[in-house]
Each structure stands twice: as C-alpha cells, then as structure tokens.
Design a protein around this ligand. Structure first.
Ligand code: NAD
Length: 298
C-alpha cells in the first residue's frame, strides 16, 4: 500500500472510470473515488476502493487528481467548484483522462498553473474491455516533468503515447474518434448494401479484414457488437458525437474544414436525436439499417 502522500483522487467512476480506478487499487495505489452517482460509488467500494462523499473530500490530501468525466463542461464544473478549489493543494497534479476539448483544456491548465497546480491531459482509447485489462492507449499532453510524475499511475492503465504540450492528447483523441466514427459509418453503409446485394455480412468482414478496407470497425466493432446484435461496446453514441464535433471544430479552427467529417456529424446527430439517451455508439449500424429505404421495386 502506498503512502497517503501518494494518494490518488479519482473523479468519475463510470463505464471507463470504474475499471481504471480498480486497476490503480489492484496496483497498490491508495485511491479515493468519487462519482455523483451513488451506484457508481457503491461499485467502487465493493471493489475495495475508498469512497468520498464529494469531489472536495476526494481531492483533499491527494498527490494526483484523475478525472474521467463526460466532457470539458463537467471537468470544469468539478475543478471550479469553490469547495474543490479550497481543497486542491498547490503541487497536486491534475490529470484529465476524459475526452475533453483541447482549447478548453489549455485554458483550464493556465488557470490551474496560476494557483501552482500542474495539469496534463491523458485521454484514452481501447474501450471498456481494455480499461479492464489495463491495455489502453493513453495519449498524453503536458510538460515533461508533470508527465513523468504521473507515469507510474498511467502505466497501470495502459501504454503511454506522448503527443506534445497540454491539450494535445485531447486533440489527438478527438481526431482519432472522428476517424473511428467515420469508418464505422461507411463500414455499416457498405456492409448493409452488400447484404442487400445478397452477400453474407460475416463473409464480407472476413474478406475485408484480409484486404485494404479493414479498420477497427471491421476487425472489432462489427464482429463483436453489430453482427451478434448486442450493441454493448460500453461507449455511448452521444459521447462519440461530442468527440466528432470537437474534431470538426478543430479542423475549422485551423482552416482545414473536414467536409466528410461534417457530413458524418450530421448523420450521427440525427441518430442521437432518434435513439434513446443511453444508446451505444455501435447502434449507428442498426439505426442506418432501420431507416434505409425499402429496395427498389418493393
Ligand atoms: P460514463 O457516462 O459511463 O461515465 C461518466 C461518469 O461521470 C458517470 O458515472 C457520471 O455519474 C459521472 N459524473 C458526471 N458528472 C459528475 C460530476 N459532476 N461529479 C462526479 N461524477 C460525475 O462515461 P464513460 O464511457 O466512462 O466515458 C468517460 C469519458 O471517457 C468520456 O469523455 C468519454 O468520451 C471517454 N471515453 C469513453 C470510452 C468508452 O468506451 N466508454 C472510451 C474512451 C474514452
């Protein structure tokens, strides 16, 4: 068990945060978890974690504060809460592992730096399955010394990939998800068209996975979550849409608008409007199938 001064506060014990915080506990790190949802707190306590009643209590005395929250707005609301501000000691390292907005991350890091609190961003890819096994890809932005301090914790969660200064991890993450979401969309359109042509989707996937059209969607998402009809990857459709919008805004901002990305956002936004609030992102495939026009001649 590590010393109290090495303690981690882990805020956000959702689909990703819970298994990540559990990995820290299993790695011998004293981890105090907080989530606004009582069920999430109970799950962490049942896994042997220490639970706090508020984010302020969790961060008090922590050497590192890890956030795994839905978006920038919620990360800011936690860190700007006056009780958290009072409890967060100078020298505490803040690590935002959520998929947040790079420009807001930079602004937040500046505000925290003015209070002597270093911040890095370390969003992840790999989904719930790789959060459980500690095999996430961790995209880390920040100053070398700050990243080095957080490294022993981050390596319990996955493999570190440095991306540059603070905010750069969040930029890579959003761009990655724009690619991933666009692959999933076009893969779904192509396989559905193939099926209507008379092809067997499983055979199409096998052939494409030995060919140049393969991607995470053909190798992982379609075979694991779409073909079996489970749609339970654990990554929400609205969270994916949020990431796509961050990436498309970034492209606009640098003067290289993504036309394909903007079209993909439009379709995902329509799906988000029509599907239940907790829809998994792989349900984009079912949604496309269900809204497809009947075959000509029907
Ligand atoms: P989630 O919705 O399952 O978890 C978020 C958790 O934050 C919830 O338990 C919620 O109760 C908690 N929360 C919300 N507001 C809070 C507050 N003010 N204080 C404390 N807790 C609060 O989401 P998730 O799937 O775990 O995703 C978390 C982040 O990781 C998101 O930014 C997402 O885009 C990203 N991400 C998710 C996946 C995935 O496969 N699920 C993969 C990579 C990255």
């Amino acid at each position: 068990m590590s010393e109290a001064r090495d303690a981690v506060a882990f805020v956000g014990l959702g689909k990703m945060g819970l298994p990540m915080a559990k990995r820290l506990v299993e790695g011998g790190i004293r981890t105090v978890g907080y989530d606004v949802g009582p069920a999430a707190r109970d799950s962490f306590a049942a896994a042997g974690g220490e639970v706090a009643d508020s984010a302020a209590v969790a961060v008090a005395g922590a050497a590192t504060v890890i956030l795994m929250l839905p978006d920038s707005g919620i990360v800011e609301s936690v860190l700007d809460d006056p009780e958290v501000v009072a409890a967060l000691a100078p020298g505490t390292t803040v690590v935002d592992m959520s998929s947040s907005e790079p420009a807001r991350t930079r602004a937040l890091a500046e505000r925290l730096a003015a209070r002597g609190i270093p911040m890095i961003d370390a969003p992840v890819s790999g989904g719930v399955a790789r959060a459980v096994t500690g095999k996430l890809a961790v995209m880390v932005g920040g100053d070398d010394a700050d990243v080095e301090r957080a490294e022993p914790l981050l390596t319990l969660l996955g493999t570190i990939y440095r991306s540059g200064g603070v905010g750069s991890g969040h930029a890579v993450k959003a761009l990655n998800n724009l690619m991933s979401a666009t692959h999933l969309l076009v893969t779904s359109e192509a396989i559905l068209a193939g099926r209507r042509f008379g092809l067997d989707p499983a055979q199409v996937l096998e052939i494409v996975n030995a060919s140049s059209g393969r991607s995470g969607s053909t190798e992982n998402k379609w075979p694991r979550f779409v073909l079996p009809g489970t749609y339970d990857s654990g990554f929400g459709l609205r969270l994916m849409l949020k990431d796509m919008r961050i990436a498309v805004a970034l492209a606009d901002q640098v003067g290289l608008p993504s036309r394909l990305g903007a079209d993909a956002v439009e379709l995902w936004a329509k799906a988000a409007e029509e599907l239940p609030a907790d829809a998994d992102h792989t349900e984009i495939a079912r949604w496309l199938d269900e809204r497809a026009a009947p075959p000509a001649g029907d």
